[in-house]
Design a binder for this molecule. Structure first.
Ligand code: ADP
Length: 403
């Protein structure tokens, strides 16, 4: 039995949750996956699936006061399967960090200076970076000797040219407050654009891809020869596509109007646009399955919400076709993109002029595998490519520690 350090623990720490996966990078398999939810509440819940032992899923309910308690519970679960954090086979811990600003363009070994920089970015990512930092600090306390790597959601987008990254506002104001378009979901856009190239039998450097990451949060990116040249999210994840609860693109004057005529505060408008808008604001539901079910029953609000969602997608497909000049593939990914055939069909309907079309039979197939859904000979390949952000984080982490 080899005791080589070939394993990576991936941690995705949110404000009240931690998702984790333990992967073996040489055996190429997942050893354990799990999730802690509702940290800080009475009803915290840990769900652990020990894939390596083939054991039953284990669920623990009961209060976990903070991330420290949550990570210790995760460590105990892993240890119970013989996969404890003290194992010499653990090579590194890879952390998802949402905002890396302009400074972090690559996965980065975490030290005090890196922590300070992630902290400095809190004003532009107030919901995410503090949670990511808590997860990192807790993990470092548990294994101070182990390399811990930050993989940034923004990193893939740092190749965007200035003309795509800058807002057309006063430069001094923008620079003083680091206001620019950073983009998010970068780990997914990176993974899916490369995986799409492979599906086409090409190197990423040879293809131009539009990636549509459609989850509860949603973003589009234009990737030219493996480099991101534009993406739909901006300073924050609010810009761009219609999402589950976020408005996406909106005239910024709506915000001053709400302040002036409705007397709403900045926090209230923030909450409105981030939590009570998008699909949920339009029809009361943010789950695409429920929206489709309501449409089938003749519900008009659900139908309009769907149409607005699709219209925005088409606008980005057109825009990114123009940005790229030549599109080789469109890739649908994340919860909606991977599962909702009606969304893919509707987004592509009428885009034959752009060389884009969907074959109805191929689109209807349900599968976990990356696959083409466009007709044979279509000028633009349309694909469904399941995203795997944890695998991408693990690969980037392992590549860095074994370099
Ligand atoms: P996030 O990571 O942003 O929370 P996901 O990528 O997991 O989101 O996507 C979640 C969304 O995917 C759900 O809100 C739902 O709208 C959609 N979804 C999941 N499964 C299906 C399905 N079978 N059909 C249609 N939509 C689905």
């Amino acid at each position: 039995m080899t005791a080589e350090p070939t394993r990576v623990l991936v941690l995705n720490s949110g404000s009240s949750s931690v998702k984790y996966q333990l992967l073996d990078m040489v055996e190429n398999r997942r050893l354990a996956v799990g999730l802690v939810e509702r940290i800080g509440e009475e009803t915290s819940r840990l769900v652990h699936t020990p894939l390596a032992t083939g054991g039953e899923r284990r669920v623990h309910e009961g209060p976990m006061a903070d991330h420290d308690a949550a990570l210790k519970a995760v460590a105990a679960e892993l240890a119970a399967d013989g996969l404890g954090l003290d194992s010499p086979r653990l090579a590194a811990i890879g952390h998802r960090v949402v905002h890396g600003g302009l400074r972090f363009t690559e996965p980065t070994v975490i030290d005090e200076a890196v922590l300070a920089e992630i902290e400095r970015l809190v004003p532009v990512a107030p919901l995410h970076n503090p949670a990511n930092l808590t997860g990192i600090r807790t993990a470092r306390a548990l294994r101070p000797d182990l390399p811990q790597i930050a993989v940034f959601d923004t990193a893939f987008h740092t190749t965007m040219p200035e003309h795509a990254a800058r807002y057309a506002i006063d430069v001094a104001t923008a620079d003083a407050h680091r206001i620019r378009r950073y983009g998010f979901h970068g780990t997914s856009h990176a993974y899916v654009s490369r995986r799409t190239a492979r599906l086409l039998g090409k190197d990423p450097s040879e293809v131009n891809v539009i990636v549509l990451h459609l989850g509860n949060g949603a973003s589009a990116s234009a990737v030219a020869g493996g480099r991101c040249v534009d993406t739909s999210m901006g300073l924050t994840p609010l810009e761009g596509l219609v999402m589950g609860t976020r408005s996406g693109d909106i005239d910024p004057a709506v915000t001053f109007h709400l302040k002036r005529v409705a007397g709403m505060s900045a926090d209230e408008i923030d909450e409105l646009l981030n939590k009570k808008s998008g699909l949920v604001g339009l029809c009361g539901d943010n789950d695409m399955r429920e929206i489709r079910r309501r449409i089938d029953e003749g519900d008009e609000a659900a139908a309009l919400a769907f149409d607005i969602y699709i219209h925005r997608l088409k606008k980005y497909l057109g825009a990114y076709t123009a940005v790229l000049g030549r599109v080789d593939a469109v890739a649908f990914t994340a919860g909606v993109g991977e599962n909702a055939a009606p969304v893919r069909a509707a987004a592509m309907a009428g885009l034959e002029g752009l060389g884009m079309a969907v074959d109805a039979d191929r689109n209807a197939v349900r599968s976990d595998a990356p696959r083409l859904i466009s007709p044979d000979g279509s000028p633009v390949a349309v694909a469904v490519v399941p995203t795997d952000e944890e695998l991408e984080i693990a690969q980037q982490t392992y590549a860095l520690v074994t370099a």
